[in-house]
Design a protein around this ligand. Structure first.
Ligand code: FPP
Length: 222
């Protein structure tokens, strides 16, 4: 969800105002995905690297997340949205974690849209955590060399029960993966829009899906 800082800067506002506006785009995008029949939406809300930002921005982002969870959990519950989270969630502040756990538990029975928030997330760390788990299982004698296949690795990632993404949308014209779902994006189609995240609307989402629907996916074949 890139471009919040630039959106604020363009208006002479503090960066946090951009994140605040970005939270509104989250609501819009979730609604748009439900309308379009998208089954899984994963939002990169806070990377492991984002902890390096000034303390006031980090605190502000955590408060926005808390506010989002306070205000939106009931709506998610009513509208069939199941909330999940991936990342090193134990690194999140306790009040944030508490609300997150509550929302995840409350919405666990929903299945219309699986909304996953990537929080304190890094694709490389996810792979490190998977390898560590595999090493532990190997040491316990539960894994043989021939068991290790791409499917086996996928099953040890945070996203073990989520299919690999069909489409990655990058806002604000960024042309890098920024440590997001590194393993899972192997065959994902990429849509880059110059729109800053706070300006990203349902119409932009539908345009991205339309662009995706015209792609020919060959997975390395012909
Ligand atoms: C990247 O833009 C965005 C973030 C680090 C935070 C994204 C968070 C939200 C949209 C709000 C809270 C989340 C939820 C789920 C309610 P940037 O700050 O790097 O922008 P810039 O590249 O223009 O500086």
């Amino acid at each position: 969800m890139d471009g919040n800082g630039r959106w604020a800067q363009n208006r002479g506002l503090p960066r946090l105002k951009g994140h605040e506006q970005g939270s509104k785009s989250v609501g819009e995008c979730v609604e748009g995905c439900r309308d379009a029949g998208v089954k899984y939406l994963t939002l990169y809300a806070f990377s492991s690297e984002n902890w390096k930002r000034p303390a006031a921005e980090v605190t502000g982002l955590m408060m926005l997340l808390e506010r989002f969870l306070d205000q939106k959990t009931n709506e998610m519950l009513e509208k069939g949205v199941q909330l999940r989270a991936i990342g090193r969630l134990d690194e999140l502040p306790a009040p944030c974690r508490k609300r997150l756990d509550r929302a995840i538990t409350a919405t666990a029975g929903n299945d219309r849209l699986i909304l996953t928030l990537a929080l304190s997330y890094s694709g490389r760390t996810e792979i490190v955590d998977a390898v560590r788990e595999i090493v532990r299982e190997t040491a316990a004698g539960r894994v043989r060399e021939e068991d290790v296949t791409p499917e086996f690795i996928s099953a040890h990632l945070y996203t073990s029960d989520v299919p690999d993404p069909d489409l990655l949308i990058r806002t604000s014209g960024e042309l890098r993966l920024s440590n997001f779902l590194l393993w899972q994006l192997s065959y994902t189609e990429i849509h880059v829009t110059p729109k800053l995240w706070p300006d990203f609307t349902k119409a932009d989402l539908f345009a991205a899906i339309d662009d995706y629907s015209k792609r020919q996916r060959r997975y390395g074949g012909i």
